[in-house]
Design a protein around this ligand. Structure first.
Ligand SMILES: *Cc1c(COP(=O)(O)O)cnc(C)c1O
Length: 383
């Protein structure tokens, strides 16, 4: 295996899942979001563990992601959170992947697919746009859509859902908007019932709302990022402590590599493309076989990324290349060639920072940091 690897701590995934369980009311189902290869952690292995730890449903974003899970022998319900192309609908139905539908054309496409594949009463969920501004029907259309769906004769309502735009914020404005969306969602549910139809599983909470708006858990919650050990923006460790509902999460991924060479640089020598860093004094430079082709972005270094080697941290110098980057060890460091170098992740692995630290420094969110670790980086699954 390559020196550059992502260590995936399935034990931490399991502990995070159990910690979340503690937050979720009895009888509420858990739909674990494993889209984007489980936020970069490896969808098949993470799904298997999450199911073993009591997840009821898995959520993916593409038909291909769902098929990957089916091919791995996973039989639980799989929810498709994003829309697929017309030519993918049959494949979705054949693999029992449950789509979110909200308009006539998409309902017709799935009815036809169900007909062709020979499945009667194919379960789909109705998506309601209660204020996210992405997919879904308006709350007042929900009854009409539900009727259309049932009248197709091929589909049944397995559930009804919505998604919040601001539930990871803790300001009064954010909370009021979430409350407004929730009220809109309940109106949509009423609208369906007024048609004499049942909405099926009602679900609206991703990670943030599952934790901070327990009254909105309804029949199912859809946590993602917290499974992987990171809080959802402002709904963080401190905020939950303040609410009196502490939650202890541990990162699941550690990105590590090895020092592939140590080279003595004399004053005036430059490091890498663009010669953006020039040694002001003699120093030892460690070459690390990890670059933006692995997901370690150029921005991380220009935002002050430090790599941890043997319990000490060293700054990355110069530009990150596609496959390599360079760290400044100074003179007389205890670092040896082939020593382990940790980019981010678990403290127990020697990491000095986690994905949230890098996200904050580079103006993004932890989701993006772990999801962007590319396929070239082997995932090593450990307990
Ligand atoms: C990604 C996603 C989730 C999970 O979101 P987290 O913030 O990671 O918990 C839940 N629901 C929908 C519709 C999503 O797209």
């Amino acid at each position: 295996m390559r020196a550059t690897r992502a260590i995936i701590h399935l034990g931490n995934l399991a502990r995070n899942m159990q910690a979340i369980r503690g937050f979720i009311k009895k009888g509420v189902k858990i739909c674990a979001a494993v889209k984007a290869d489980a936020y970069g952690h490896g969808a098949v292995e993470c799904s298997r563990r999450l199911l073993a730890e009591g997840a009821d449903v898995l959520a993916v974003a593409t038909v291909g992601e769902g098929v990957e899970l089916r091919d791995a022998g996973i039989h639980c319900p799989i929810l498709l959170l994003s829309l697929c192309a017309p030519e993918e609908t049959e494949d979705a139905v054949r693999h029992d992947i449950t789509p979110l539908v909200f308009d006539k054309e998409y309902i017709e496409l799935f009815s036809m697919a169900a007909e062709k594949v020979g499945k009667r009463g194919y379960s789909v969920h109705i998506a309601v746009d209660s204020g996210m501004g992405r997919i879904g029907c308006l709350p007042e259309e929900a009854g009409k859509i539900a009727r259309m769906l049932v009248d197709s004769g091929k589909l049944t309502i397995g559930g009804t859902c919505t998604h919040f735009a601001l539930s990871d914020g803790t300001s009064q404005e954010a909370q009021e908007y979430t409350q407004l969306q929730y009220t809109n969602f309940l109106k949509a549910i009423d609208n369906i019932r007024n048609e004499g139809l049942e909405p099926g599983l009602r679900h609206c909470c991703a990670s943030a709302a599952s934790l901070s708006h327990a009254e909105m858990q309804l029949d199912m919650v859809r946590p993602g990022i917290i499974l992987y050990g990171y809080y959802a923006d402002e709904v963080d460790r401190e905020y939950l402590n303040k609410l009196g509902t502490p939650l202890d999460l541990s990162p699941v991924m550690t990105l590590e590599t090895e020092v592939s060479a140590i080279r003595r640089f004399s004053r005036g020598m430059s490091v890498g493309y663009g010669r953006t860093w020039i040694a002001e004094k003699d120093t030892d430079i460690a070459v690390l076989p990890v670059g933006y082709g692995d997901g370690l972005l150029r921005r991380w270094a220009s935002s002050g990324l430090e790599v941890a080697i043997g319990g000490k941290t060293y700054p990355i110098r110069g530009r990150v290349c596609m496959d390599q980057c360079m760290a400044d060890l100074g003179l007389g460091s205890p670092v040896h060639r082939w020593d382990k170098a940790v980019i981010f992740g678990c403290k127990a692995d020697g990491a000095a920072q986690d994905a949230d630290d890098i996200a904050r420094a580079t103006g993004t969110i932890s989701y993006e940091i772990t999801s962007c670790i590319t396929r070239r980086v082997p995932r090593e699954f450990v307990e």
